[in-house]
Ligand binder design. Sequence first.
Ligand code: ADP
Ligand code: MG
Length: 413
Amino acid sequence: LRIKPLTNDDVNCLSTRFQRQVITTNPAIPNSIIVQGEKKQVFSYDYVFGPESTQEEVYTNAIVRLVENFLEGYNVTILAYGQTSSGKTHTMGTADNSSISPDSKGIIPRAMETLFSSMNSLQCKNQKFSIKVSFIEIYNEDLIDLLGEGDMEARSQVTIREDSKGNILWNGLQEIKVNGVEDVMSHLARGSMNRQVGATEMNSKSSRSHAVFSVIMAQQKYVGSSPTPPPSTPPRPSTPSRLSDSSRIARSSSNLNLRMSRRFDEGDWVTVTSKFHFVDLAGSERLKRTSAVGERAKEGISINGGLLALGNVISALGDPNKAKHVTHVPYRDSKLTRLLQDSLGGNANTLMIACVSSSESNLNETINTLKYANRARNIKNSVSINQEESGWNDLEHLQSLVLKLRNEIKSLK
Ligand code: ADP
Ligand code: MG
């Protein structure tokens, strides 16, 4: 939970009566807050960051370990939830660019710095990485590729598919290869510029859509027993390439032996793929507060539709009383929940950052957010590293491996 301080804009907009701080922390009860509404309520979270908390504190306390998990090969998702102007985009860094001051940087640029410096560090020198980014917006249940080139109409349709292992695949989305932090930041800034923004009474610059920035990492790891991996690192690409026709014809066992000795340690390489989603959700406020009409009202309803579905998924997964009976989790009720299906109660480390404003004018929305976040906290995900041995789907590789192992067994006997 992060509590936003009153900004100059807030002070200018609100009468002094509504500037009263209604959420307080108590050092004696760590990670809890006290809400001074009509009645006094206490809520607890995994972390509570008060109005004075810095971007750096949020990052080092709550985020850095997730970046480390990501480097190990786990999927990670961070969601920023809260009403408009509660600090979601600021905390996440979705709209940051490379000229932002070091202190104000949000989670995305900081995570990218950790990621690239770890990749270039000594511990990782026996690994080969490939990093790609994508940036998608959900606006009125349409999926918009924020990194797509050219006219909106001319761009290919983004669709969501599920493979036989239950992995969610996003088709038709640009995934751009990146080589460093600067690279990532330029794509992030370009995508943010493309985000749909609309002016409502609540916040003239606020985004009325969900934005999902994703980092996809494929790493080839040496897991063999010899202290140094063979010199030709790694022996083959992650999708095994087919042998040329001429080598297919000459398939005598002596020929196989030759190949074997060249790729003796192949099974010692694994490919690990992991996804990191940074989700900046649309404002969670009720539509009536924005006095929206027409097109804007439609947006409001459908944005809440996505968040409503997210709430229902969270209830189905997170309510300990319901969890025993619920067999159906309504992921398909919205694009947002479908897109994030394998990150919600699935194979991912998931963190929700609930953003609230401490002033009294927002009290109702704040209490909604606090309750929503409390339910989310009950979800237990089960995570595993997405690892597959190099060449595992390659019949010829497996055949040569069998021959190699037979020979080894024979000589042992
Ligand atoms: P949201 O994305 O939830 O609509 P923003 O992140 O855009 O909200 O925040 C609204 C305004 O408040 C922005 O001008 C932002 O810079 C400022 N702000 C948000 N959180 C903080 C914070 N912790 N410290 C200082 N300013 C903040
Ligand atoms: Mg925002």
